[in-house]
Design a protein around this ligand. Structure first.
Ligand code: SAJ
Length: 427
């Protein structure tokens, strides 16, 4: 068993620290936020993830996980800090990675291993982190091991996927790679694939999420084409996927979360070759305008109308609103320029009343309303998130029966709703 210092106790770092501790490693959890470390020391888990509280409590109570105030010496350092995305410049901000590296420098001893798990543009491990760590006077590959091992867990299923997902480990040399393999081998039940190159490991993680984003863009374009031919896109995709070598994902209101809409840009950070991938991003980002077009067409105009958005989380059954397609749609509805309509609001935009509902999101800054209120008053209803709760909506219980419904997640039974008088468009 080894000593491990985990840097960054967020959605990846905290479950990883607890996992290692529960597999008997001697783990030190460090976070630059005092609020986070204080809460954890008091037994409070600051993240909403199934099973995480019990998992962390077990690690803390066994004494194998200690939350520390300063970075400590350890055989392994695992960096799980955020890499925020600058939307304007379409670039990753790597400051947290550099700061984590600087904090390791005074604690780095020959024979240690430094692992970067954060998602980063290709080249970051060797071009950004390595020079910082070498300020210690030690050389990567010769004196200490340095690797990239991307995290691949799905929010909502993190603890299971930490054990069961295949891992990819790329070190700056073979010795580095093998040092990291030994650690992951102690809890990963799936395959551990290696590459003698940290940049390849970084690249692989990014093309996984880019594959998904581009696939969804194709599904979204298929949905728009199907609409023009007056056929059901979901049925068409389902039938197309009968082919053993076809696997289209599902269309929707756009792609949210902190990975799929961002990682394609990381991929192009140090290259000029983004072409298809950039267009796919535009297709997915354009879905909110497509929904507004449908609403305009069916309602005459959205100006002066009340639009209910069901779901402001970025995907079903989670409470995370990062890059949420529902919120993007709300913002765009509220900022339609006045030249596009006669109905002008006080602030100069078009007067659209947007009402939001989400049973999973807890956010005081959003004015979330009750399901009954938004449904009974709406001229237009958009289902933007595939929360289970929306599957069982009963159209006969809604006071109005003239609303236009844009079901961007194919959640409701359109025949039943049409029978109840609603004008339903499924994307
Ligand atoms: N979505 C669609 N259609 C689909 C599937 C998803 O529109 O058919 C939308 C979702 O509603 C959501 C967005 O895409 O708005 C992203 O959701 P997701 O479930 O595809 O992905 P994330 O961001 O929750 O997690 C992804 C995962 N990557 C892959 O599956 C390749 C996860 O394994 C990664 O760990 C995570 O990104 C990450 O951290 O990179």
């Amino acid at each position: 068993m080894s000593s491990v210092c985990v840097h960054g106790l967020g959605y990846i770092g905290l479950p990883t620290a607890a996992m290692l501790a529960n597999y008997d490693h001697e783990v030190y959890g460090y976070d630059t936020s005092e609020e986070v470390t204080e809460q954890l020391r008091g037994g409070e888990v600051h993240l909403d993830e199934p099973g995480l509280r019990a998992f962390v409590t077990q690690a803390l109570e066994s004494g194998q996980l200690e939350i520390v105030e300063e970075v400590v010496e350890a055989k392994y350092h695992i960096i799980c800090v955020p890499t925020p995305f600058d939307d304007e410049k379409k670039k990753a901000d790597l400051n947290y990675i550099e700061q984590a590296g600087e904090a390791i420098v005074p604690n780095l001893v020959a024979g240690d291993t430094v692992i970067l798990e954060s998602t980063v543009p290709p080249g970051t491990t060797v071009n950004v982190l390595q020079p910082v760590l070498e300020e210690s006077g030690l050389t990567a590959g010769d004196d200490f091991a340095l690797v990239h091992c991307p995290e691949t867990v799905l929010p909502g299923n993190i603890i299971t996927e930490l054990r069961q997902n295949n891992r990819i480990i790329g070190g700056v040399n073979g010795v580095s790679t093998q040092a990291a393999v030994r650690l992951y081998d102690s809890f990963v039940e799936a395959d551990i694939r290696t590459t003698q190159d940290a940049t390849t490991a970084e690249f692989v993680k990014l093309i996984q999420n880019t594959f998904r984003d581009t696939n969804i863009a194709l599904a979204n374009e298929v949905a728009k084409l199907a609409h023009d031919y007056d056929i059901d896109s979901r049925e068409a995709i389902d039938l197309a996927n009968e082919h053993p070598r076809v696997d289209l994902l599902q269309p929707g209101p756009g792609v949210g979360g902190h990975c799929l809409p961002i990682d394609p840009w990381f991929l192009g950070q140090n290259s000029d070759e983004l072409e298809l991938i950039e267009i796919a991003r535009q297709v997915n980002d354009g879905m909110s305008q497509y929904i507004i077009e449908i609403l305009n067409e069916r309602l005459g105009t959205v100006a002066g109308k009340k639009i209910a958005i069901l779901g402001v989380a970025y995907k079903g059954n989670v409470g995370d609103t990062r890059k949420s397609p529902g919120l993007k749609l709300a913002r765009e509805l509220q900022s339609i320029p006045r030249e596009e309509s006669e109905a002008v609001a006080v602030d100069g935009g078009v007067d659209v009343e947007v009402m939001l509902h989400d049973p999973h999101v807890i956010d005081q800054t959003l004015q979330l309303e009750s399901l009954d209120d938004v449904l009974n008053e709406a001229d237009g209803i958009v289902i933007a998130t595939d929360h289970d709760e929306y599957e069982t909506l009963d159209p006969t219980q809604i006071e109005t029966d003239e609303a236009v419904v844009v079901d961007a997640r194919a959640m409701i039974d359109d025949t039943q709703w049409q029978r109840a008088g609603f004008d339903v468009v499924t994307i």
